[in-house]
Design a protein around this ligand. Structure first.
Ligand SMILES: [Ca+2]
Ligand SMILES: [Ca+2]
Length: 300
């Protein structure tokens, strides 16, 4: 879709109706003729442009749920806030230290569920998953493919979808909790899909099969492990504290990306499903226990 096409159409902004096509055409004509805008013209244009830039009816109330198209993933609004990231109990793993305060100074929306197979198919066409089911999470997708999904979904909706950063993921998963799991320090098979040793971890389950956390988000614990944006790092020394993704020193070309939350095949006894747990995997590799969750920034 060209920029020109994106701008065609009539846009309602409160009581004001702006014909974007007319505006674009006149701008193009002016540019062709070498016309340079006079100050009053610029003033008028900026009055017309301002409401357009702010034209987004996405709800901003924490806990509000929305979706940007019929087949798009449902999103939950997460408030701005601060939290302590890492091994709060002191019994975690070396890569969860040092515990550090992260301040997320913006609200963002996050997938209410892991991306489902139906949602994946609507955007990407083919379903690569091992454990088939329209409402089950998509798996067997590489980090690169998860990135393609958010790119295509952004193109289709005109909204900027992305993966979560690792710190956003933990903030969203903890939902204000400081315990090992969002609900407390113990886990049992009524709470999440994981390998409890009785064969129940053999498959994934439809998303939303267990209770939501305090932010209204489901399945952060288990089912599929979730790709996030960040490159893998051995500790939190020098980690960003503003919610941004931690990429490699040379940009974003790291080999391994972070996975969070554990999966249907993870074991609680080695701590794989705790809110603080971290894992990593080659960005070009796929696994039947790996899927992802999407995000959208709402306010800076
Ligand atoms: Ca999960
Ligand atoms: Ca770990």
């Amino acid at each position: 879709m060209s920029d020109e096409n994106e701008l065609i159409g009539t846009n309602h902004v409160g009581d004001m109706i702006v014909d974007k096509h007319l505006m674009t055409a006149s701008r193009a004509k002016a540019m062709k003729s070498g016309f340079s805008y006079s100050l009053p013209t610029l003033g008028l244009l900026s009055i017309l442009m301002l409401p357009l830039a702010g034209c987004d009816d996405t709800p901003k109330e924490p806990g509000a749920v929305f979706k940007d198209c019929d087949t798009c993933p449902e999103m939950v609004v997460i408030p701005a806030g601060s939290f302590k990231m890492g091994d709060l109990s002191g019994a975690g793993h070396a890569d969860e230290k040092p515990v550090h305060e992260v301040k997320i100074g913006y609200s963002f929306a996050v997938g209410k569920y892991e991306v489902t197979q139906a949602e994946w198919e609507a955007v990407m066409g083919k379903n690569p998953s091992e454990f088939k089911g329209a409402r089950k999470p998509v798996e067997t997708v590489t980090w690169d493919e998860a990135k393609s999904f958010v790119k295509k979904l952004s193109e289709q909706t005109g909204k900027e979808y992305r993966l979560l950063s690792e710190s956003e993921w933990e903030y969203m998963a903890r939902a204000g909790s400081t315990t090992e799991y969002p609900w407390g320090d113990e886990i049992d098979s009524s709470k999440a899909k994981y390998d409890s040793g009785d064969g129940s971890g053999e498959s994934t389950v439809p998303v939303g099969s267990y209770s939501a956390n305090a932010f209204g988000v489901y399945d952060t614990v288990g089912n599929v492990e979730e790709w996030v944006e960040d490159c893998i790092h051995g500790t939190y020394k020098d980690a960003p504290i503003d919610g941004s993704a931690w990429l490699s020193a040379s940009g974003d070309d790291c080999v391994e990306r972070v996975l969070r939350g554990g999966s249907r095949s993870s074991y609680p006894r080695i701590g794989q499903l705790r809110s603080a747990d971290r894992d990593g995997f080659n960005a070009t590799a796929r696994d039947i226990s790996i899927g992802f969750r999407i995000s959208r920034t709402l306010s800076q």
